[in-house]
Ligand binder design. Structure first.
Ligand code: HEC
Length: 137
């Protein structure tokens, strides 16, 4: 029985410790995935639908700061604490926005890691702010 627990522990730690490499994200593929996001988000078109904030330049932008959008308190507080969207926290967010890193009012999840990598690569291409993330590292 103990061996099984040990095995689970090993698997658990190897999963959580593997560094996530976003350079592997495919922006072309991400553009296709972004079609799902377009249900609520625009890219460089302002607050056209009002469903979600515009995501042009979101990588490297402090969370919850697109001016024309009425964010939930959770995301605003997260941004006020000095959190900027970069690969790591964006990945965590897209995995389950209702849970981490705060409870957002975004009812959409990207469960596949590859999809998240690709869409983040695409958002990176559509941002002039990524320097803010490079500095963070
Ligand atoms: C069903 C609508 C919906 C879909 C689909 C959706 N989102 Fe969102 N998204 C939202 C809402 C609403 C918010 C604002 C959350 C809040 O205020 O708590 C948000 C917030 C965000 C933010 C934070 C932006 C900021 O300025 O801080 C990012 C990044 C984001 N979404 C990325 C995505 C990506 C990438 C996809 C596609 C994979 C996606 N969203 C799909 C509704 C959606």
């Amino acid at each position: 029985m103990k061996a099984i627990y040990l095995l689970f522990a090993v698997i658990f730690f190897s999963i959580t410790l593997v560094p996530v490499v976003y350079a592997s994200g495919d922006a072309e593929q991400g553009k296709i995935i972004f079609k799902k996001c377009k249900m609520c988000h625009t890219l460089g078109k302002g607050n056209k639908y009002g469903g979600g904030p515009d995501l042009q330049g979101v990588l490297g932008r402090p969370a919850g700061t697109f001016e024309e959008y009425d964010y939930s308190n959770g995301i605003k507080t997260y941004g006020r604490k000095g959190n900027t969207w970069c690969e790591g926290n964006l990945d965590e967010f897209l995995k389950n926005p209702r849970k981490k890193p705060f409870k957002a009012k975004m009812y959409f999840r990207l469960k596949k890691e590859k999809d998240r990598e690709d869409v983040i690569a695409y958002l990176g291409e559509n941002s002039d702010n990524t320097e803010a993330c490079a500095k963070k590292k």
